[in-house]
Design a protein around this ligand. Structure first.
Ligand SMILES: [Zn+2]
Length: 264
């Protein structure tokens, strides 16, 4: 199998000390490519350093809405600079979060807009976090789509089928994390079963959201992606090999990745 974990936080303190072993376990489980996602300027720096050092690792750079603080504006030029680095394949994660109130929504909106502009300028896809703010998110994305092509992913999607439909219309991909495997997530699985095959992505969001049957185990790590892949293959009524091939092709295309030759 050849899977891509499109969203992991390898710089997280639960994973960094053992990152070589984490990547080796992922590879043994068939996850040959991992995108490690920055959540702040320093986390984005670490993501780029990890991608430089380790085979099969790419980086995304950005400031996550729950990580925004008063220094974020001053740190923004660092993100812009990092976006040009060799192994950077996306801008993010960014987005809007109305569940937590670590940063005022006005500030989240302003910083999200900077990420959207940067993605457009660098022609890199954008990695979008959204929690409890579907309508607001759609209105922001519609404005962005008028400025130029909108290309990216709604990461760890937990919205309803209607919201997924609107995001697809805007040209975005939809990515599912471990939550889709939880016993209670019947509606989310139903939504996942209806995403067009060429817009579907997989992720772990490690170190969070460990999939069933290991739910609750911490930290989650990229090797666990296999459980999410099997769950989605089942609900979509395809073989796991077919699901792997399709989602890996999608990830390679969206993020412009060149995988290890022997893995193709
Ligand atoms: Zn994340």
């Amino acid at each position: 199998m050849n899977l891509v974990d499109t969203h992991a936080h390898l710089d997280a303190e639960q994973l960094t000390p053992q990152v070589e072993a984490v990547v080796a376990r992922a590879r043994a489980a068939g996850i040959r490519t991992i995108i490690t996602i920055g959540t702040s300027a320093s986390s984005s720096e670490q993501a780029v350093a990890l991608a430089d050092r380790l085979d099969g690792i790419y980086a995304a750079v950005g400031i996550q809405p729950n990580e925004l603080d008063t220094r974020s504006i001053d740190e923004w030029p660092r993100i812009v600079e990092l976006a040009r680095a060799d192994r950077v394949c996306a801008i993010g994660e960014t987005g809007l979060d109305a569940y937590w109130d670590f940063a005022p929504m006005e500030y989240q909106l302003a910083m999200f807009d900077r990420h959207l502009w940067l993605a457009l300028e660098t022609e890199l896809p954008i990695v979008i976090h959204m929690r409890d703010c579907g309508d607001l998110m759609l209105s922001v994305l519609r404005v962005a789509a008028e400025r130029g092509p909108l290309c990216g992913v709604m990461h760890s999607f937990t919205g309803d089928a209607g919201l997924a439909e609107r995001c697809l219309e805007l040209g975005l991909h939809i990515s599912f994390a471990g939550m889709v495997t939880f016993k209670s997530a019947t509606d989310l699985r139903e939504t996942a079963s209806r995403i067009p095959a060429d817009r579907l992505l997989l992720e772990t969001d490690s170190p969070y959201l460990t999939p069933h049957p290991h739910r609750g185990r911490r930290p989650n790590e990229p090797a666990m992606l296999v459980h999410t892949a099997c769950c989605l293959a089942e609900v979509r009524d395809v073989s796991v090999e077919q699901l792997a091939r399709q989602t890996t092709d999608n990830a390679m295309r969206l993020f412009g990745l060149s995988g290890p030759a022997e893995a193709r």
